[in-house]
Design a protein around this ligand. Structure first.
Ligand code: FAD
Ligand code: GLY
Length: 374
């Protein structure tokens, strides 16, 4: 009975990898199916920022989930290294969210107050101080919010790391295997139908990123999701231009290993087209030059794009399908799917095995605005 598994994970991105890894840690026989090649979509394109406080400033369920997930990275980095030999390049030096106007300055100072009231570290750094710490920053910057606990990883490496660690623990991984539909028996999931045949399991987890809705339509489920394209580029410099990640809403610069500097990212809703455009890269370049003028002398490396999975209310979908027992969904991570990957794997593995988890998942329920015709 080679095609029968304890669980089938659909999607070879970071969240499919984390879910498969966590299920394998619990002793499950897992199959992971990827329609293309592993890490070829959003997870391979991401900047890798762990920006729980920089990107998610409003207190609420997603903020709490993100902070919890952020705290898991040091141990995940060790586990992945031990099992797979892959260094996920975790950097825990903090991030700057920089202000370019008085309006942004006032807004960020309010966020600092709110985050401090919520018990988090967050501090305002004056223009003089930020330019002392990061001399390459231009004087267009009026000051910065500094978040000590927000760090970064290499997104392609952590994605590969989760998948390789999962394989080491026995997960069977098949690329170029597209799931077309589900097998359902008496209201319960019984397996999946793919381009290479059927695979059986009473547990199927869909972690298909922006393509999740396309597959769920086959099951008569309509989630509120849409794709949001993001383009990035990278350059190389002999000396690092900045020591920490510099984030502003329209443009961020992330210093990577080996003298690389990653610059992201555009935000283009409602397209699955992954081509990199001149318009996208030239607008990013203009913004990057405004932040760090000397980037003009850097050596060009490459450009790429990925498709973020966004939802109608900005919250991910995380849980079991309301009608089909055994069908779990993990999608809608939008700009924070790398950050949220450790907690996603743990949550889904616990839901599958029926173990309790000390996290309130109400806000992420699949049926919060799901429409089904099943
Ligand atoms: P994906 O990575 O999209 O993986 C889903 C996989 O499922 C794909 O490989 C797809 O081919 C496969 N699949 C889909 N349907 C099927 C099917 N029917 N059968 C088989 N396989 C299927 N997040 C952060 O936390 N920090 C960042 O700094 C950051 N920067 C970003 C920068 C850019 C430019 C972009 C585009 C995104 C960024 N993100 C960031 C967001 C992050 O990349 C995503 O939220 C995350 O990668 C989503 O992971 P995923 O595993 O859910 O989806
Ligand atoms: N989190 C950064 C991005 O999605 O571009």
């Amino acid at each position: 009975m080679p095609n029968i598994y304890d669980a089938i994970v659909v999607g070879g991105g970071i969240n499919g990898g984390s879910i498969a890894y966590n299920l394998a840690k619990k002793g499950k026989k897992v199959l992971l199916l990827e329609k293309d090649i592993l890490a070829s979509k959003s997870s391979g394109a991401a900047a890798g920022m762990l920006a729980a406080q920089v990107e998610l400033d409003e207190d609420g369920p997603l903020f709490a989930l993100a902070k919890e997930s952020r705290s898991m990275f040091p141990s995940i980095a060790e586990e992945i290294k031990e099992l797979s030999g892959i260094d996920i390049e975790l950097v825990n030096k903090g991030m700057y969210k920089i202000a370019l106007s008085e309006q942004e300055e006032n807004e960020y100072k309010q966020i600092i107050d709110l985050q401090q009231q919520a018990g988090e570290q967050a501090e305002w750094i004056s223009q003089e101080e930020i330019r002392r710490r990061e001399p390459a920053l231009s004087n267009a910057i009026t000051g910065a919010m500094f978040i000590q606990k927000d760090g970064q990883v290499s997104a392609p490496k952590i994605t590969e790391g989760f998948l390789k660690a999962a394989a080491v623990l026995g997960v069977v991984i098949k690329e170029y295997t597209e799931v077309f539909s589900f097998q359902v028996e008496n209201g319960k999931i019984a397996g999946v139908i793919t381009n290479v045949g059927k695979f059986e399991s009473d547990t199927v987890i869909v972690a298909g990123g922006a393509w999740t809705q396309k597959l769920l339509s086959e099951a008569g489920v309509q989630l509120q999701t849409y794709p949001v394209k993001g383009e990035c580029f990278s350059v190389r410099t002999h000396q690092p231009l900045i020591t920490r990640t510099i984030f502003s809403p329209g443009c961020y610069l992330v210093p990577k290993m080996g003298g690389r500097l990653l610059v992201g990212a555009t935000v283009k809703p409602n397209t699955f087209d992954q081509t990199v455009t001149v318009d996208g890269i030239s607008s990013l370049m203009e913004k990057a030059k405004k932040l760090v003028t000397s980037i003009v002398d850097a050596e060009w490396e490459k450009a790429w794009a990925g498709i973020r999975p966004q939802t109608g209310d900005g919250l991910p979908y995380l849980g079991e399908h309301p009608k089909y027992k055994g069908l779990f969904i993990a999608t809608g991570y939008y700009r924070n799917g790398i950050l949220l990957s450790p907690i996603t794997g743990e949550i889904i593995a616990s839901l599958v095995t029926g173990e309790s988890i000390p996290i309130d998942l109400t806000a992420f329920r699949i049926d919060r605005h799901v429409k089904t015709n099943v």
